[in-house]
Design a protein around this ligand. Structure first.
Ligand code: CA
Length: 647
């Protein structure tokens, strides 16, 4: 494969023939750029004086940026030298070296792909559009910038200058190049390019001509983002962020003030639009929630660095802090999380890094305790949390990573990343995700599987005839105590049927779940459960199921009533990684609902080690289904107690 740099030498003679034409293009670009800058700004005197001569003006402009001290950025150019040998991870170097050969990472679940000696920025190696969309976020440029500072090797800077110029030339902002100009990618680039600017500005490869191309494209990005505003979506934050970064890092643009003001208005508006007062982002998936913390924070941080913190009121900062509590309160005891909606459970300890950062930033000893697994800080006082507006709830036995933990979702419609799963829950115990959510598998390019993972009936909740439910949640009851946590929620998921679910966490050991199908709707009323991948024992005669891990923790799921419920196996799949899935045990308890009378299910969900516990549950009295009072008698280990709720 002939590298383009070599090719450049080969073609040097040929190119010289066209040099006059090239200069004309460069001159045009410089003239356009100069018309976009406010040359009366202090420091730009020499650029202004040279503005009659494009080459000289571009040179002066580059000098200006290399010596400018008025703008602060999270990437500190003075750290370049001291970063040698300690700036990139092996993975960054590999990604960067591949990128030198035009082998690029698009959607990272797929293998990197060679996009041509002459780069095709619209390459589609897989049916999934996410690949080409994410190719145009150029995450590999970030890897190249790290490799550059890590090694000091100019080849990374030279290639980046070549690739960015190539991309700009080949991707005008028109319909034909819509794959490159979704507003989310434009926003991501706007923010990220300022980081690349800081990394590469001092390289000899960063020429005056390149500066012109780069800044003109930054202008195009900000100008475009002014016309795009995805309110109530995480896209809206990336759009605003891209605009804010270009505006704050390049205040020399005449429109910079306008862009900055608009971006800040949007971020201030969106934090109320997108974050419920309980602190959870409205899409109700943990991955996007954590992403949004970053998107709300980065512009605030940049504004602060540049003495503009007044742009954001204290309430903005306070709301971000509240958002930061979520991975602690609704996270799994080992630092992973639920995978409701379009989210991924992550690896053990995955959330501790950010929680530790937030512990310092917000001076939160409780964050520090959880992030250091109890080594520092102060243990949080509570073990159960209700996000009543968002409809997310957690109950745990403690703060060690072997704790028992159940997280339930019954919230409003969170949009495209949310699934119709109200009532569902995940169960974790002893380091094991015993009853995890199925996840989402894929976003684009495989509609059949995308749909499969979004079905209500593959969640741990109630369905009528297996149909998908609507989002119609109602919070009814929440009571927490040392030896009993109680939650009651409802979802009016069908026009003529409401699902009420009560969860009792008894002695911080096991759960009793009471499900009521309330309303006139007829059909098969079923409650569904899914277990962790692996062996399981499904016993339809005794209406019990349990995981069969040889050591450590297992879970028992046992139907108590109705006595005539039918236990049936169902198709179970789980995806922990984008485009990857595996089978897992799944089953349901069902009864035909033939009249307008409601149906009540009682189920025991008990994590355990060694032998399954024997728990007896008895319904006391004859409470009306959907009524305001319920009492149960529990017997285990020779002891009995009564639990219940009164709405
Ligand atoms: Ca799900």
């Amino acid at each position: 494969m002939l590298h383009h740099l070599q090719k450049k030498c080969f073609l040097a003679v040929l190119v010289s023939i066209f040099v006059i034409g090239q200069q004309a293009i460069a001159a045009d670009g410089t003239a356009v750029l100069l018309s976009r800058l406010d040359l009366t700004k202090p420091g730009l005197e020499k650029v202004k004086a040279a503005s009659g001569n494009s080459d000289a003006a571009a040179k002066e402009l580059l000098n200006y940026y290399r010596t400018r001290t008025s703008v602060q950025h999270p990437v500190d150019r003075t750290q370049k030298k001291s970063s040698l040998g300690k700036y990139a991870r092996a993975g960054d170097i590999e990604t960067a070296n591949n990128a030198l050969k035009h082998i690029f990472v698009g959607q990272s679940a797929y293998p990197p792909h060679f996009c041509g000696e002459d780069i095709n920025w619209g390459s589609r190696p897989v049916p999934d559009n996410e690949w080409v969309w994410q190719l145009n976020r150029m995450g590999f440029w970030t890897a190249m910038s790290k490799a550059y500072w890590h090694t000091g090797d100019e080849k990374y800077a030279e290639e980046w200058v070549f690739q960015l110029t190539d991309w700009v030339k080949k991707n005008p902002r028109d319909k034909e190049h819509a794959y490159a100009w979704r507003s989310i990618e434009a926003g991501i680039r706007g923010q990220q390019w300022t980081h690349l600017f800081q990394h590469f500005l001092d390289s000899p490869a960063f020429t005056p001509e390149f500066l012109v191309v780069f800044l003109n494209s930054c202008y195009d990005h900000a100008d475009y983002l002014m016309t795009k505003y995805s309110a109530r979506s995480n896209w809206g934050l990336m759009e605003a962020e891209g605009m804010a970064f270009i505006a704050i890092v390049f205040p020399e643009f005449k429109d910079a003030e306008k862009w900055k003001a608009e971006a800040i208005v949007r971020l201030n508006k969106e934090i109320d639009n997108q974050v419920y007062s309980d602190g959870h982002q409205r899409e109700l998936t943990i991955g996007y929630h954590v992403g949004c913390i970053g998107w709300f924070s980065k512009t605030l941080d940049l504004a602060k660095m540049n003495g503009m913190e007044d742009a954001f009121p204290d309430s903005y900062r306070a709301k971000i802090e509240k958002m930061c509590e979520v991975p602690m309160k609704l996270g799994m005891p080992d630092g992973s999380n639920t995978q409701f909606g379009d989210s991924w459970k992550g690896r053990p300890g995955g959330n501790w890094g950010i929680l530790k950062l937030w512990a310092e930033r917000y001076n939160r000893p409780d964050f520090l305790y959880v992030a250091t697994e109890g080594k520092q800080g102060e243990k949080p006082k509570e073990t159960a949390f209700a996000y009543k507006e968002s409809g997310l709830y957690s109950m745990r036995s403690g703060w060690d990573k072997n704790a028992v933990c159940l997280i339930l979702k019954c919230g409003p419609d969170g949009g495209g990343h949310s699934q119709p799963d109200n009532g569902t829950f995940e169960l974790y115990a002893g380091g094991r995700h015993l009853m995890p959510d199925s996840g989402c598998y894929i976003y684009s390019g495989d509609p059949e599987n995308r749909r499969w993972f979004r079905q209500t009936k593959i969640h741990q909740t109630l369905t009528l005839d297996g149909k998908n439910t609507a989002y119609a949640p109602r919070h009814l009851y929440w009571q927490t105590d040392d030896n009993l946590d109680v939650l009651v929620v409802e979802n009016a998921g069908y026009p003529d049927l409401t699902h009420r679910r009560a969860v009792f966490f008894v002695d911080k050991k096991y759960f009793v779940i009471v499900d009521e199908a309330i309303g006139k709707g007829k059909g098969v009323a079923a409650i569904h459960f899914q277990l962790a991948p692996g062996e399981a024992v499904l016993d339809a005669d005794n209406q019990t199921a349990r995981t069969a891990f040889k050591d450590g923790w297992n879970v028992l799921v046992q139907n108590v009533m109705p006595k005539d419920a039918k236990m049936e196996e169902e198709e179970g799949q789980i995806s922990y990684v984008y485009t990857k899935k595996e089978p897992r045990p799944a089953f349901r308890f069902s009864v035909p609902k033939t009249d307008e009378t409601g149906i009540r299910y009682i189920t025991i969900v008990a994590p355990y080690t060694k032998t399954p516990p024997e728990i007896k549950v008895e319904l006391l009295g004859n409470p009306v289904i959907g009524g305001n009072k319920l009492e149960l008698k529990l017997s285990t280990d020779g002891k009995s107690r009564q639990i219940g709720y009164t709405l």
